[in-house]
Design a protein around this ligand. Structure first.
Ligand code: HEM
Length: 401
C-alpha cells in the first residue's frame, strides 16, 4: 500500500516504496534539511529524521508511547490475538517486565557463545569457499543469527531444523509489518513448540535463557508462560533479520571501500570500533513508530495527541549535526558518541551485545580467511518492508574473481 503525502509536501517520502527501501539516503537528507517534521496523509503519520529529535523522542516514553504498536497502522499484534510483547509496553509495565527478562542477557551468556559462533562462521565460510553457495545471505548471514537466537533460547540441536523453518517464515512475513498474519501457521507452531520446551525446562532446568526466564523472580513477581512465550517470539522476530541486515550491509560497505577494509586486515584490533561505524551506516532497523500521548509542537507545527510518529533511526544515524560533514561515508576509525541503531532509553535493544559479537567474529574470520572477498550489490535483492533494511540475497565471491 503506497503512502500519500499532503499536496503541499515539498517532496514525496514513501517508506513503503521498494526503491526507497533499497536506497533511502538521499531522501533522508531532504527530510532532515527540508522537512524535519514530515507529514504523510494516508495512512496518517509523521516522520522525524534529525538525530536530536529521534534521540529525544525515543527516550521520552511518556509522550511517545509504544503501547499502540510500532508500525504505521494500529492493531498489528491484536490481529494475531497475541498479548502485547515487551516492545509494545510503556513504563512502568515495561520497566518491571524488562527487569525480569534482563536476567537472560548476562555478559556471561554473550561471552559463552563466542566459541560456538566462531565455529559456526568457520564452517559456513568453508562451505562458501568450496562453492557450495554463492550467496552471502544463504551461506552465512541468514543462518548465523538464527543459530544465535536458537542457542540463547536453548533449542536442542535435534529441533534446530524445524526452528529454522519457522524462523524463516516469521522473518519473511515480519518484514512487511502488517503482513505478519501470513506467517500465522509458523507462529502457531512456534508457540506450540515453545510451550512444550517451557514445560520441559520446568522439569529439567538447563543453562539457557528459557530456564533463566522461568526462574526470574523480583519481589515475588515472576513471568507467566504467556509472557515467556511472547518474549521468545520477540527474540525470533527481532534478533534475526536485523543482524542479517547488519552483516550484509557491512559486506557491501567493505566491498565499496577497499582502503577501509585494508585497515582492518592490517589491524584486526580495529574491528570492534569498525563494527560501531557499520552499525551506524547500515542501521538495520531504519525506523519504528510511536504514538503521541499529548499534543507535541516540533519545528513550528503541532502533532496532535494520538498521532503515529515514525522515528527514523537510519536518517538520524547519518545526520551531519551529530556526525559531521562526513556522516554519509565509512570511516572505520570514527569515534562515535551516540547511535540510534539499537534505539535509546528504555527500549534499548537487549540483544545489542549479541549482535556486536556476531559482527566482530564474522568480520574477523571473513577478513582473515577471505581478504579479497566481494559482494555484488548491483545484483542483490532487498527484502520488502519499511522497517528492517536487509538483503534477501547478495551474490558473494570468496576471492573477488
Ligand atoms: C544488528 C542487530 C539488531 C538491531 C539493529 C536491533 C535493533 C533493535 C531496536 C531498534 C530495538 C528497539 C525497538 C524500538 O525502538 O521500539 C530493539 C529491541 C530489542 N531487541 Fe534488538 N536488534 C538487533 C539484534 C537483536 C538480537 C540479536 C536480539 C536477541 C538476541 C535482540 C533482542 C531485542 C529485544 C528483546 C528488544 C526489546 C527491548 C525492549 O523493548 O525493551 N535484538 N532492537
Amino acid at each position: 500500500m503506497p503512502v500519500a503525502p499532503p499536496v503541499d509536501a515539498p517532496f514525496v517520502y514513501d517508506p513503503t516504496d521498494p526503491a526507497t527501501q533499497r536506497s533511502p539516503f538521499a531522501l533522508y537528507e531532504r527530510l532532515r534539511e527540508e522537512a524535519p517534521l514530515y507529514r504523510v496523509e494516508h495512512p496518517r503519520f509523521w516522520v522525524l529524521s534529525r538525530f536530536e529529535d529521534v534521540f529525544a523522542a525515543a527516550r521520552d516514553t511518556a509522550t511517545f508511547s509504544s503501547a499502540q504498536g510500532l508500525t504505521f497502522e494500529p492493531g498489528e499484534i491484536e490481529k494475531l490475538g497475541l498479548a502485547p510483547t515487551i516492545v509494545m509496553m510503556d513504563p512502568p509495565d515495561h520497566t518491571a517486565f524488562r527487569r525480569l527478562v534482563s536476567r537472560g542477557f548476562t555478559p556471561r551468556r554473550v561471552a559463552e557463545i563466542e566459541g560456538p559462533v566462531r565455529a559456526f562462521v568457520g564452517e559456513r565460510l568453508d562451505r562458501l569457499a568450496a562453492g557450495e553457495s554463492t550467496d552471502l545471505v544463504e551461506g552465512l548471514v541468514g543462518p548465523l543469527p538464527t543459530f544465535v537466537v536458537a542457542s540463547y533460547l536453548g533449542v536442542p540441536a535435534e529441533d534446530r531444523h524445524r526452528f529454522d523453518q519457522w524462523t524463516n517464515a516469521i522473518v519473511a512475513a515480519n518484514a512487511e509489518g502488517e503482513m505478519l498474519g501470513r506467517a500465522l501457521g509458523a507462529v502457531t507452531e512456534l508457540y506450540g513448540y515453545f510451550t512444550e520446551l517451557i514445560e520441559r525446562r520446568r522439569r529439567e532446568p538447563a543453562d539457557d535463557m528459557i530456564t533463566d526466564l522461568l526462574a526470574a523472580d523480583i519481589d515475588g513477581s515472576e513471568l507467566t508462560v504467556e509472557e515467556v512465550l511472547g518474549f521468545c517470539f520477540v527474540m525470533v522476530a527481532g534478533g534475526n533479520d536485523t543482524t542479517t541486515g547488519l552483516l550484509g550491509g557491512a559486506a557491501v560497505l567493505l566491498t565499496e571501500h577497499l582502503d577501509q577494509r585494508q585497515r582492518l586486515i592490517d589491524d584486526p584490533a580495529a574491528i570492534p570500533n569498525a563494527v560501531e561505524e557499520l552499525l551506524r551506516l547500515t542501521s538495520p532497523v531504519q525506523g519504528l513508530c510511536r504514538t503521541t500521548t499529548r499534543d507535541v509542537t516540533l519545528h513550528g507545527e503541532t502533532v496532535p495527541a494520538g498521532s503515529r510518529i515514525h522515528l527514523l533511526y537510519g536518517a538520524a544515524n547519518r545526520d551531519p549535526r551529530e556526525f559531521g560533514p562526513t556522516a554519509d561515508t565509512l570511516d572505520v576509525a570514527r569515534q562515535i558518541r551516540r547511535i540510534m541503531t539499537f534505539s535509546s532509553g528504555p527500549h534499548f535493544c537487549l540483544g545489542a551485545a549479541a549482535a556486536r559479537l556476531q559482527a566482530r567474529v564474522a568480520l574477523e574470520e571473513l577478513l582473515a580467511r577471505m581478504p579479497g572477498f566481494t559482494v555484488d550489490e548491483s545484483a542483490s535483492v532487498y527484502a520488502p518492508g519499511a522497517f528492517v533494511r536487509r538483503h534477501e540475497s547478495l551474490p558473494f565471491s570468496p576471492t573477488g574473481a
